[in-house]
Ligand binder design. Structure first.
Ligand code: CU
Ligand code: ZN
Length: 180
């Protein structure tokens, strides 16, 4: 009887510890940390869509579904530092999210902004659907969290080398990233 009681006590303690770790937002993720941005048209375009960010262990899965792009084109796509899409040109979202003070680049380069994502590619109907894994951001609270930032689609492709923007031109859609 005594033995059973000890085991029960351990099980309760384990559950409590697990719950507390979850609340503390360690970012080590059980997949429950998700944030969403609704992309609104900017700079006089009809581009819109949605982007979800889901914590998967140490990386964040980004899923984008964007419509209203010119057919068969590529577009720079980044997390920007300010969660403010209020101006008509979306310049209110500031520069690329760069909490670790790195140069601009592509996701596959050793050095790149945490908010750098690869180009979106529109199909013949002007729709881009893509998934990416970001290694340097979190959904959970912390210095690298994307929550409260913005995600931006640009008019032109990112060249992955021009500093600090990738030379991807104007901002044609913008959405604030919010915990869902
Ligand atoms: Cu951008
Ligand atoms: Zn960048």
């Amino acid at each position: 009887m005594k033995h059973v009681r000890v085991l029960f006590g351990l099980a309760v303690a384990g559950t409590l510890a697990g719950g507390l770790a979850g609340c503390a937002g360690t970012g080590m993720g059980d997949g429950s940390d998700t944030a969403v941005a609704a992309l609104a048209s900017k700079s006089g375009t009809v581009t819109q869509g949605s982007v979800t960010f889901t914590q998967r262990g140490n990386t964040v899965l980004v899923k984008a579904d964007v419509t209203g792009l010119p057919p068969n084109t590529e577009h720079g796509f980044h997390v920007h530092e300010k969660g403010d899409c209020s101006t008509p040109d979306a310049m209110s979202a500031g520069g690329h999210f760069n909490p670790t003070a790195k140069p601009h680049g592509s996701m596959s380069m050793p050095d790149h902004h945490a908010g750098d994502i690869n180009n979106l590619k529109a199909d013949a109907s002007g729709r881009a659907q893509a998934s990416f894994e970001l290694a340097d951001v979190t959904v959970a609270p912390g210095p690298n969290s994307v929550v409260g930032r913005a995600v931006v689609v640009h008019k032109d492709p990112d060249d992955y080398k021009t500093q600090p923007t990738g030379n991807s031109g104007g901002r044609i859609a913008c959405g604030v990233i919010a915990k869902s």
